[in-house]
Design a protein around this ligand. Structure first.
Ligand SMILES: Cc1cc2nc3c(=O)[nH]c(=O)nc-3n(C[C@H](O)[C@H](O)[C@H](O)COP(=O)(O)OP(=O)(O)OC[C@H]3O[C@@H](n4cnc5c(N)ncnc54)[C@H](O)[C@@H]3O)c2cc1C
Ligand code: SF4
Length: 551
C-alpha cells in the first residue's frame, strides 16, 4: 500500500503504455503513482517457471493469474487447438471453453490473451513494432469504409520515432511508413530460413523483408543483443527484447511509485464531472481511495472499458466517459489464417527470433474499399516439438519417427496473415453477470467476423498457394475456414475521434466527458490497420504525456 494516497498523476495499469506515460510525467516533476492490479515478477522467475512447466510449450505457464487479478488462460482441452506451427491458439470451439475469465457471448470467439502483472502483457509479446501507413489514418476518406483518425501520420511521426528510441527498434527501410530519421539500430542478422524465403519469393513479386521489431541487434539500453535463442514468446531469457517490465523500471528511476496488487474497481467524479479519486482493493480486499489531479486509464483494451462501465453513478448511469455509448464498442483485433507446408529446401526453422520476416506490399490499395488488407508473416518457431507431437499422435515410433522428424524439422514452415478488421459498434466488451473472486464483474465479449474480412482471407489464401508453389511446397495444410487465431491486438474499445457523439477520447487521449481523465493503450485506436498495435499505442501515449505536460 502506498504511504501517501494522493498524487499529481495517477496511472491505472503498469503495462508498456501506462509506464511510458508515467515515466514522462515523473521526468516533468509530477508526483506519479501507478496502481497495478497484478504482482511484481522478475525475468529470472518467469524463465524458471517456463523451463519447469509440466506441459512443454505452454506459453502461459510463466504467468499464472493472481486470485485478485484474473486474466484469460486457455486450456488445451478437447475443444481448443494450439496451432502447431505458430504456437497460437485458434478455433471456434477452443475459445468458448477453458479460459476461465473472459465470457464469450458469440457469435464468433474472441480468444483475447493478456497478462495482469507489473509490466503487463508485453512480457509475453513477439516485439513486432510496426508503424501504421499514412493511409491507415484516412480509411473512410480514401476508401469509404471504417473511420478516419483525428490525427494524421505526419502528426504522429515524431512520437513514433521517440517510441522507437525508447524501445530500441530496428527494421527494413521503405516499407511504406515514411521516416524523418533512420531506425535506432540495424535489424538482427537474417535467419537462414528467411533468406531462403526472400530468395525464392522475390521472382514471384513477393518482397520478404526483416520485421520491424523492438529487439536488440547490438547492446542497447543496457541490454545485450539477441543471441538467437528462439524463445521470444513467452519470455526472452536475456532481455534482448524490450517489454513493459523495463518501462516500469524506467518510470521508477524517473521517480514514479508503483503499487502492485492494487485492483482499481471504481472511478469517482464530482458534480462538475471532474474525476476526483479512484478506489482499489488490496490482496486482503481492503478498499483504498486515492486522489489526484490527473488520471490516466491504462489497463488495456478490455480491462479499461470494463472499469469505465463499472463506474456508474446517478450522473453517469452508463458509466464514466460513456456519454456516446461507445465505451467497449468497435472491438477489433487482427485475425489470422495460415498455411503450413513442407518446403522443398531445408529451412530448419528455430535459429534466431521467432517472428523475423514478412511481406508488406499487401497492406494498402484501392481494394480496401472492398476487402481487408493484410501483412504476411513468416514464423521461425522451431518445428521439432510440434512435429514430434503430431507424429506420435499418428502412431509413428522408432527409426521411422526419427526419419520423419528430421524431415519435418528441416522442411515444415508456416505463413500467416495479420488482417485488418473494420470497427462495428455491435462488436463489444460489456460486463457479464459473472463475478471474479473479488466480486468484480468479468468482462464479456460479443464479436463477429464480417464479409470484408472474409474477402481478405480469400485473397490471402491465393497468396498462400502462390507462396507454397514458389517454395516448392508439398503437404499443404490451410487453417480451416472460420478457424482464425487472434493476434492479441485489442483495438477500438475506447476509440479516439473528433465527434464526442461517436468516440470516447479526443486526438490527445483526453476523454470527451471528463477534462482530467485520459486513456492510453491500443483501445484508443479507431481502426486496426495491418500493423501490430503496440508501437502506435506507445507513440500515442508519448503524445498524451506531452499534451498533459504542456497543459
Ligand atoms: C502472445 C502475445 C504476443 C504479442 N505480440 C505482439 C507483437 O509482436 N507486437 C505488438 O504490437 N503487440 C503484441 N502483442 C500485444 C501487446 O502485448 C499489447 O498490445 C500491449 O501489451 C498493450 O499494452 P497496454 O499497456 O495497453 O496493456 P497491457 O500490457 O495489457 O497492460 C495493462 C496493465 O493494466 C493492469 N490492469 C488491468 N486491470 C487493472 C485494474 N483494474 N487496476 C489496476 N491495474 C489494472 C494489468 O495488470 C496490466 O499490467 C502481443 C500479445 C500477446 C498476448
Ligand atoms: S531469439 Fe528471441 S528469445 Fe532469443 S535472444 Fe533473441 S529475442 Fe531473446
Amino acid at each position: 500500500m502506498p504511504a501517501q494516497l494522493s498524487c499529481d498523476v495517477l496511472v491505472i495499469g503498469s503495462g508498456i503504455c501506462g509506464a511510458t506515460l508515467a515515466e514522462r510525467a515523473a521526468r516533468s516533476g509530477a508526483a506519479v503513482l501507478i496502481l497495478e492490479a497484478g504482482p511484481r515478477v522478475t525475468r529470472e522467475q518467469l524463465v524458471l517457471r517456463y523451463r519447469n512447466a509440466p506441459r512443454k510449450g505452454d506459453w502461459m505457464a510463466p504467468y499464472p493469474p493472481a486470485p485478485w487479478a484474473p486474466h484469460p488462460v486457455y486450456q488445451n482441452d478437447a475443444g481448443s487447438r494450439t496451432d502447431q506451427a505458430t504456437g497460437r491458439i485458434a478455433g471456434r470451439e477452443g475459445a468458448q471453453k477453458g479460459n476461465g475469465y473472459l465470457v464469450q457471448a458469440g457469435p464468433y470467439p474472441y480468444p483475447a490473451e493478456y497478462i495482469r502483472v507489473v509490466g503487463g502483457t508485453t512480457w509475453h509479446w513477439a516485439a513486432q513494432a510496426w508503424r501504421n501507413l499514412p493511409n491507415d489514418f484516412r480509411l473512410k476518406s480514401l476508401y469509404g469504409v471504417g473511420r478516419d483518425w483525428p490525427l494524421s501520420y505526419e502528426e504522429l511521426e515524431p512520437y513514433y520515432y521517440q517510441a522507437e528510441v525508447k524501445l530500441g527498434v530496428s527494421g527494413a527501410p521503405n516499407t511504406g511508413s515514411p521516416r524523418a530519421r533512420p531506425f535506432p539500430m540495424q535489424p538482427v542478422a537474417e535467419a537462414w530460413a528467411m533468406r531462403r524465403f526472400r530468395e525464392r519469393l522475390a521472382p514471384g513479386g513477393y518482397p520478404v523483408v526483416s520485421n520491424t521489431t523492438a529487439r536488440n541487434s547490438r547492446p542497447y539500453g543496457g541490454r545485450p543483443p539477441c543471441c538467437g535463442a528462439n524463445n521470444c514468446q513467452p519470455i526472452c531469457p536475456i532481455d534482448a527484447q524490450y517489454h513493459g517490465g523495463l518501462a516500469v523500471a524506467e518510470a521508477e528511476q524517473a521517480g514514479a511509485r508503483v503499487s502492485p496488487n492494487s485492483v482499481v474497481y471504481r472511478i469517482e467524479h464530482d458534480d462538475r464531472g471532474r474525476i476526483v479519486a479512484v478506489h482499489y482493493f488490496d490482496p486482503d480486499k481492503r478498499s483504498h481511495r486515492v486522489t489526484a489531479r490527473t488520471f490516466i486509464l491504462a489497463a488495456n483494451g478490455i480491462e479499461s472499458p470494463k472499469l469505465l462501465l463499472m463506474s456508474t453513478s446517478a450522473k453517469y448511469p452508463g458509466g464514466i466517459a460513456n456519454s456516446s455509448g461507445m465505451v467497449g464498442r468497435n472491438l477489433m483485433d487482427h485475425p489470422s489464417s495460415s498455411l503450413t507446408f513442407d518446403a522443398a529446401d531445408e529451412l530448419w526453422l528455430g535459429r534466431g527470433p521467432q517472428s523475423p520476416a514478412s511481406i508488406n506490399t499487401l497492406r494498402d490499395g484501392p481494394f480496401r474499399s472492398e476487402r481487408a488488407a493484410y501483412r504476411l508473416d513468416f514464423t521461425n518457431i522451431s518445428q521439432v516439438r510440434a512435429a514430434t507431437e503430431d507424429l506420435i499422435a499418428a502412431g509413428v515410433y522408432g527409426a521411422e519417427l526419427e526419419r520423419q522428424l528430421r524431415l519435418k524439422a528441416a522442411h515444415q514452415c508456416n505463413v500467416k496473415n495479420v488482417i485488418e478488421v473494420l470497427p462495428h459498434p455491435e462488436n463489444r466488451i460489456s460486463l457479464s453477470a459473472l463475478k471474479d473472486a473479488w466480486g468484480i464483474p468479468q468482462p464479456q465479449v460479443h464479436y463477429s467476423i464480417d464479409a470484408y474480412v472474409e474477402k481478405g482471407m480469400a485473397a490471402a489464401r491465393r497468396d498462400y498457394a502462390r507462396i507454397a508453389q514458389l517454395m516448392g511446397g508439398t503437404n499443404l495444410r490451410y487453417t480451416p475456414d472460420g478457424q482464425y487465431a487472434n493476434n492479441q491486438h485489442i483495438t477500438g474499445t475506447l476509440s479516439m475521434g473528433r465527434d464526442p457523439k461517436d468516440s470516447v477520447v479526443d486526438a490527445f487521449g483526453r476523454t470527451h466527458d471528463h477534462p482530467n481523465l485520459f486513456v492510453v493503450g491500443t483501445g484508443v485506436m479507431p481502426t486496426s490497420a495491418t500493423s501490430n498495435s503496440t508501437l502506435t499505442a506507445v507513440a500515442l501515449a508519448l503524445r498524451t504525456a506531452e499534451h498533459i505536460d504542456n497543459a
